[in-house]
Design a protein around this ligand. Structure first.
Ligand SMILES: [Zn+2]
Length: 222
């Protein structure tokens, strides 16, 4: 599927989203005919981009790998029957046990997994937020968990913190950096020199932790 976005710009940019839709940004004055011509001439290139994105996605998709990355550790999924009981997920040492009332029902599994990870995220990110706000003597309003493509977290002017549920794939130590970063925005609403100095005081290796997300972030698929 194509999304054509007319923008104040001079060049055409084409890229593929996580859901494999193609986003085409074009200058405002470009006619439909002209856009179609551009797309036709880039057809092969676009198909290649989609295939590449698709194979990268598959490598981390639990439907294919039968495992989910949880706190930096690959957990193999063990499917069990919930019998007449409730569908549920349990974390064991190295596995993720998924009990479905209708085994093999991927839609049921998907909903269960999404709900489970959101709850886990809320608990863990709240605990870490409390840790750093109390350490720094800061107050936040509320925490929300979202599923986002690229953003790991944000902090609003009202003191609302938001975290990406996909962070749960990362090691806890690395998640701490994102939490500290957002919490620090309650004190400095910018990325100025003092902002980074204050982060470094509490987390001297914060740069390495930030790098971790640049390297592995695209594999964090839930
Ligand atoms: Zn920031």
């Amino acid at each position: 599927m194509y999304h054509i976005l007319k923008q104040k710009r001079k060049t055409v940019s084409i890229y593929v989203e996580e859901d494999l839709s193609v986003v085409v940004k074009v200058p405002q004055h470009l006619s439909k005919k002209h856009i179609d011509e551009i797309l036709a001439s880039h057809k092969q290139q676009i198909e290649k981009m989609i295939a590449k994105k698709e194979s990268a996605k598959q490598k981390s998709d639990w439907r294919v790998t039968n495992s989910i990355l949880y706190l930096g550790q690959d957990r193999e999924i063990e499917w069990v029957s919930a019998g007449s009981g409730r569908a549920q997920i349990k974390l064991t040492d190295h596995k993720l046990m998924i009990a479905l009332s209708d085994q093999g029902n991927l839609e049921e599994a998907e909903i269960l997994i999404q709900t489970f990870f959101k709850e886990q995220a809320k608990t863990l990110f709240t605990r870490l937020t409390e840790k750093y706000t109390s350490l720094l003597g800061l107050k936040y309003s509320k925490i929300s968990i979202r599923k986002q493509k690229t953003r790991w977290g944000s902090c609003s002017a009202k003191g609302n913190l938001s975290y990406n549920v996909r962070l749960l794939c990362a090691e806890e130590k690395m998640i701490e950096y994102i939490v500290l970063h957002e919490v620090m925005h309650l004190r400095h609403f910018n990325h100025g020199k003092v902002f980074w100095e204050d982060i470094e005081k509490l987390m001297p290796d914060y740069k390495q932790r930030a790098q971790y997300f640049k390297h592995f972030g695209q594999d964090f698929i839930l």
